[in-house]
Design a protein around this ligand. Structure first.
Ligand code: SME
Length: 162
């Protein structure tokens, strides 16, 4: 019998969600619920989307699951979130307390990953995940979170929003 890893299992579930979701917003709302249920060390999962037309550019909190955060609007020159959106690259921080860019949400957070979401080749938002465990985001987790961000980008493109 073929053995599939937990990561593959979750990836397949995300793929199914993307197919059945009625919109990108629906997909994001379902994804922030599914991920922490399936991967217990994902303690905060949320989307920040670039506010259309805002000058200077601004990340605005969208669907999320976890503790309420004071950071509902983040400029691109602030935080791990700003770093990921402005560079267009995934940012992984194994120990948030040693990273001067970090904007705290919960005192329990130890590590964080932020993956940009692209639509039509442009950054339109990002998927942010915090963990209460240090160095939670190993390469297999990075691949999973990047996959999640990619399917949201595809759904946004399909919706004609960009
Ligand atoms: N830690 C993020 C801010 C978002 S909250 O963690 C939910 C940052 O440094 O940008």
């Amino acid at each position: 019998m073929p053995v599939i890893s937990k990561m593959e299992e979750v990836r397949n579930e995300i793929c199914a969600l993307a197919k059945e979701a009625s919109s990108a917003q629906d997909l994001m709302e379902k994804m922030v619920k599914l991920l922490p249920q399936r991967v217990l060390k994902y303690n905060w999962v949320g989307f920040y989307m670039l506010e259309p037309g805002a000058q200077p550019p601004m990340l605005v909190l969208g669907a999320f699951e976890g503790a309420v955060t004071p950071h509902t609007r983040i400029p691109l020159n602030q935080g791990i979130c700003g770093a990921a959106a402005s560079s267009g690259h995934t940012v992984v921080v194994d120990d948030v307390n040693t990273d001067s860019r970090y904007l705290a949400c919960s005192l329990e957070t130890k590590s964080e990953i932020v993956v940009p979401i692209f639509a039509k080749g442009r950054v339109v938002g990002e998927l942010d995940i915090d963990s209460h465990f240090p160095a939670a985001f190993t390469s297999e987790h990075q691949e999973l979170v990047q996959y999640c961000a990619m399917v949201v980008g595809k759904k946004l493109e399909a919706s004609g929003a960009f």
